[in-house]
Design a protein around this ligand. Structure first.
Ligand code: BGC
Length: 799
C-alpha cells in the first residue's frame, strides 16, 4: 500500500463500524464518520457527525435509578445521497445499497495527504444494468463550516434515468455505543426543514437541554445532462432534494453536494440557519473547494510530518492524520478540550479525561496555539474545579475525571458490565490525578514555548490551585512522619477499593502522591520565578498567603511513597493482595484485557488481586526522564536507583492486563529505556491498537486519541529523549532496533520547521534559515549550536 493512503477492498458489514471510525474526516471543528451516504443508521451502519464541544445532558432510569449523562451530540446527518435507476421505458428499481445483492464491487481509499475519502463501487440493477459510482468526500480544512461530496455516476451498459435523492436527516440519535442503549439518546429537538430554490435544502434544530442551535444547508447540483425533474421536498425531520437525470451508456454524470454546518456556538454569525444558508449559497464549486482544502492540508503537513519507513511509518501518519482532524488550528478558536475518542464516535460520550497528557506534549512542538487553547478550556473551568474541591471541604482546584461542557464531574455513576449484564457503581471519579495531568501540561507548554504571557497568568493560576488541592488533600501521619493522600483511584482503574471495604478509594497511590509532590514543587518554582507584578496579582486573585509556602515546601519533600519487596507499591497495601493465576485466566478466556469485567461476572472482584488494567507506577517513567525521576525521589528522601526501577518495571509488567490502549504506549516508552528487546512488543501493540481494533469492538465507537498521539510522541520525545528546556533542546536518543530510522519536523521558540532525522546512528538537525538566534542542542556528552540555515550531523555513540 502506498505511503499516504489506506485502502479497503470489498464491503464487509461485520467490520463496517470500525472502517467508519478509521475513515472519519474532520477539521478540528466537526467530523463525520466514514459511513455510506446511501445507508441509514442501524446495526451495521452508524453515520455520525460531531461538532467539538457540542454536548447535551439527558436523564434516564437504569437499574431503578435515575442517572444523568452529558453526551457529545450526534448532529443531523448531512451525508444522505442515494440513487436508483430505470432503463428507458422501464420502472424504477430499488434504491441501491451495499446491503443487497446489487453491490458488485467496492473499494474505498482514505487519502491522508489530501484529507479525502474516495470510494469506487459498482451496482447491478436487475432490470436496468450496471451503475458505476465514484465518490469523493471532504470535510473542509480551510473553511471549518463546510463539507462536500462529489458523486460521479456512470451507466455502464444501458441508457435510461437515474434518480438521486440528496438529503439532510434530522431523525438522528446517539446510537453508536451499544452499551448505552438503555439510556435516553434523543438529543435533538425542534427540527425544522425548508428549501430555497433552485437547489438548496436546510434543516435546523437545537439540542434539547443545552439549547445549542444547529443548522445545516445543502446545495445539490448536477453537471452533465440536465435533470428532467428537480424537486425540493422539505419534510418533518428530513429535507430531501430529488433529481431525475437521463443517462446514456458510458457517459458519466456528476452530482455535487455541498453542505454548510453552523451552530449557535460559532463566532461571527447572526443565527446558525442564516449563516448556513448564506455559506452554502456562496460556496464555490467542488473543484475549487478541493483545491483550497488540499492546500490547507499541505500547510498542516508542513508543520507536522513524520517519516518512517515501513508499516510503522504508515500507521504513525494515520495517527497523525486523526489527531489533526480532531485538533487542528481551527480548534484554537473553540472552547473545547481533548475528547478521548476523537470526534469519531460516541464512546465515553465525547468527554475529556487525563488523556490530554498524551496529546499536548506532542502538539506543543507543532501547534502551540492549539495547546494553549486546550489549556484555556481547562482554565475557563478552573472556578468550577475550585467549587468541586470546596464541595468536599478542600481548598484549590479538583478537576473532574471526566469533563464536558461546564467542567463539572461528568463521570457516570453506574456502568454496565456487558459480561454480567449488571450495572455497577463507577468510582473512577476518584482519579484526582487528572489534576496533575493538567498541571504537567501547563508546565510542559511553558517549557516548550516560553509563552510567559500564558504561564505567568492563567498557567500559574491553574498550577497554584492544583497544588493547593494537593496540599489540602495531603494529611500528616505522625506515625510515619509523612504526608498521605487517601481515598483515591490511580491510573489503573481496576482497583477502586480495598477488598471488603465499605467505601471506595485507596490510600497513597504512588503515582498520585509523587505527581502531587512534583506539582507543588513546580508551583513553588514558578512562584519564585514570577515577576513581582504578576506575583502580586496572582496572590491577590487566588488569595494566596506567602506564609503558606514553607508548608508547601515541606509537603513536597515529605509526601509518602509506599514500597514493598524492593519495589514501589502501586498503593499502600498492594503487596498484601492475592496473586492472580494469570496462566489460568489466559487459557480460559480469549482476551483478558478486561479482567475486571471477567472477575465481576464470575462473582469475584479484581480488587482482591495484584492485577492492573494499565501502567500506573510506570506512568512515572513516562512523565519523567530517568534523571528527573531519580531526583524527584531523592527530594522525597528515597533512593531510586536503576536496579530498583528495573525491578519495579518487571514487577508490574507481569501483573498488567493492558485493558487500555494507553498502556502499550507507556510500556513501550518506559521499556525502550530499560530493556529494549521487549519494548517493541508494546510499541507494536500501541501502533496496531486502532487499525486492528485490538480491544475487540472499541474502535468502532471512536478512535483512541491519547494512544494515537502517544505513539507519535513516543518517537518525538520517547526515543529521542527530546526535552525543550529554556532556549535549548535537550536530546538523549535511545535506540529501538525496530524503529531505528525516523525523521520529523518540529518548532521550538521561533524556529519553525526544524528537521530532525535519525539514520544509521547519525542524528541530523536542520535549522531553517531565519533571523532567530542559533539553536543550542544539548546531548549527554556534548552541546552544539546550530545556526539557522545550517544542518548539524552528530554521530551517536554505539549502544
Ligand atoms: C482508561 C483511562 C482513559 C479512558 C479514556 C480508560 O479505559 O483506563 O486511563 O482516560 O479510557 O481514554
Amino acid at each position: 500500500m502506498p505511503e499516504w493512503t489506506w485502502e479497503y477492498e470489498g464491503y464487509d458489514p461485520a467490520v463496517e463500524r470500525l472502517r467508519e471510525s478509521l475513515c472519519t474526516l474532520g477539521n478540528g471543528c466537526f467530523a463525520t464518520r466514514g459511513a455510506f451516504p446511501e445507508c441509514r443508521a442501524g446495526l451495521v451502519h452508524c453515520p455520525g457527525t460531531y461538532r467539538a464541544g457540542c454536548y447535551n445532558r439527558l436523564e434516564s432510569t437504569v437499574a431503578g435509578r435515575r442517572v444523568v449523562n452529558e453526551d457529545m451530540v450526534n448532529l443531523p446527518n448531512w451525508l444522505p445521497l442515494r440513487f436508483r435507476v430505470r432503463s428507458r421505458g422501464g420502472t424504477w428499481g430499488p434504491w441501491l445499497t451495499p446491503d443487497s445483492a446489487a453491490l458488485l464491487d467496492h473499494r474505498q481509499v482514505l487519502d491522508l495527504r489530501r484529507g479525502l475519502l474516495v470510494r469506487t463501487s459498482r451496482y447491478r440493477d436487475r432490470t436496468a444494468g450496471v451503475l458505476g459510482v465514484e465518490q469523493i468526500r471532504l470535510v473542509h480544512m480551510a473553511d471549518p463550516h463546510l463539507a462536500a461530496l462529489r458523486t460521479v455516476l456512470t451507466a455502464e451498459n444501458w441508457s435510461g434515468d437515474v434518480e438521486v435523492e440528496s438529503a439532510l436527516d434530522g431523525d438522528v440519535t446517539n446510537i453508536n455505543v451499544h452499551r448505552y442503549r438503555a439510556l435516553d439518546r434523543h438529543h435533538l429537538a425542534g427540527v425544522r426543514t425548508g428549501a430555497r430554490e433552485p437547489g438548496t435544502t436546510w434543516l435546523s434544530c437545537r439540542t434539547s437541554t443545552s439549547g445549542i442551535g444547529i443548522a445545516l444547508a445543502a446545495r445539490t447540483v448536477v453537471t452533465g445532462p440536465p435533470p428532467s425533474s428537480s424537486q425540493l421536498r422539505p419534510g418533518r425531520r428530513h429535507a430531501a432534494h430529488r433529481l431525475v437525470i437521463p443517462v446514456v451508456a458510458g457517459r458519466p454524470l456528476e452530482v455535487e453536494k455541498t453542505v454548510a454546518l453552523h451552530t449557535s456556538r460559532d463566532a461571527a454569525i447572526g443565527d446558525p440557519l442564516g449563516a448556513a444558508v448564506d455559506r452554502v449559497t456562496e460556496a464555490p464549486d467542488f473543484a475549487t473547494l478541493l483545491d483550497s482544502h488540499t492546500a490547507a492540508w499541505r500547510r498542516m503537513w508542513r508543520r507536522a510530518d513524520i517519516s518512517i519507513p515501513g508499516r510503522a511509518g504508515r500507521i504513525l501518519r494515520l495517527h497523525l492524520f486523526h489527531v489533526l482532524q480532531t485538533l487542528s488550528p481551527h480548534t484554537a478558536d473553540l472552547d473545547v478540550g481533548v475528547p478521548a475518542r476523537g470526534l469519531h464516535g460516541e464512546a465515553y460520550r465525547g468527554h475529556v479525561f487525563w488523556d490530554e497528557l498524551f496529546v499536548l506534549p506532542y502538539l506543543n512542538l507543532h501547534f502551540p496555539d492549539v495547546s494553549r487553547a486546550l489549556l484555556t478550556y481547562r482554565h475557563r473551568r478552573l472556578d468550577r474545579a475550585c467549587r468541586s474541591a470546596a464541595a468536599i471541604g478542600r481548598a484549590g482546584a479538583m478537576y473532574p475525571w471526566q469533563s464536558g461542557s461546564d467542567g463539572r464531574e461528568e463521570t457516570q455513576e453506574l456502568h454496565l458490565n456487558p459480561r454480567s449484564g449488571r450495572w455497577l457503581p463507577d468510582n473512577s471519579r476518584l482519579q484526582h490525578h487528572v489534576g496533575s495531568a493538567v498541571a504537567y501540561n501547563v508546565w510542559q507548554y511553558g517549557e516548550a514555548t516560553g509563552d510567559t504571557g500564558f504561564l505567568y497568568t492563567r498557567g500559574a493560576e491553574m498550577l497554584v490551585q492544583i497544588a493547593r488541592f494537593w496540599m489540602a488533600s495531603a494529611v500528616f501521619d505522625p506515625a510515619r512522619g509523612r504526608y498521605r493522600i487517601r481515598g483515591v483511584v490511580g491510573p489503573d482503574e481496576y482497583h477502586d477499593a480495598y477488598p471488603g471495604a465499605g467505601r471506595p478509594g485507596l490510600d497513597d497511590n504512588a503515582y498520585t502522591n509523587v505527581t502531587a509532590a512534583w506539582v507543588i514543587a513546580r508551583a513553588l518554582d514558578l512562584l519564585r520565578r514570577l515577576p513581582a507584578r504578576h506575583r502580586q496579582e496572582l496572590f491577590e486573585r487566588v488569595r494566596l498567603d506567602g506564609e503558606e509556602l514553607p508548608k508547601w515546601e515541606e509537603v513536597s519533600r515529605r509526601m509518602y511513597v509506599p514500597f514493598h519487596q524492593g519495589v514501589v507499591s502501586q498503593f499502600e497495601g498492594y503487596g498484601d493482595l492475592a496473586e492472580l493465576d494469570w496462566d489460568a485466566y489466559r487459557a480460559r478466556y480469549d482476551s483478558i484485557r478486561r479482567l475486571d469485567r471477567i472477575l465481576e461476572a464470575e462473582g469475584d472482584t479484581v480488587n482482591r488481586y495484584k492485577a492492573s488494567k494499565q501502567a500506573d507506577v510506570l506512568m512515572l517513567g513516562y512523565l519523567f526522564p530517568p534523571t528527573e525521576l531519580r531526583s524527584l525521589f531523592r527530594r522525597l528522601g528515597h533512593h531510586l536507583d536503576d536496579e530498583m526501577w528495573n525491578r519495579t518495571v518487571d514487577y508490574y509488567l507481569r501483573r498488567t492486563s493492558h485493558g487500555s490502549t494507553l498502556s502499550g504506549v507507556v510500556h513501550g516508552w518506559v521499556l525502550a529505556r530499560v530493556r529494549r528487546a521487549e519494548a517493541w512488543q508494546y510499541v507494536h501493540e500501541a501502533l496496531e491498537a486502532d487499525i486492528a481494533d485490538i480491544q475487540g469492538g472499541t474502535t468502532g465507537e471512536g478512535i483512541h486519541l491519547g494512544a494515537m498521539a502517544g505513539t507519535l510522541d513516543l518517537v518525538q520525545r520517547g526515543l529521542t529523549g527530546l526535552a525543550p528546556r529554556g532556549d535549548a533542546l535537550s536530546l538523549d536518543p535511545v535506540p529501538l532496533p525496530a524503529l531505528s530510522e525516523y525523521g520529523f519536523t518540529l518548532s521550538h521558540r521561533g524556529h519553525w520547521g526544524i528537521g530532525l532525522r535519525l539514520h544509521t546512528g547519525r542524528l541530523e538537525l536542520a535549522v531553517p534559515d531565519s533571523e532567530e538566534s542559533p539553536l543550542r542542542v544539548v546531548l549527554a556528552d556534548r552541546a552544539v549550536t546550530v545556526t539557522p540555515g545550517e544542518t548539524c550531523v552528530l554521530q551517536l555513540p554505539a549502544n
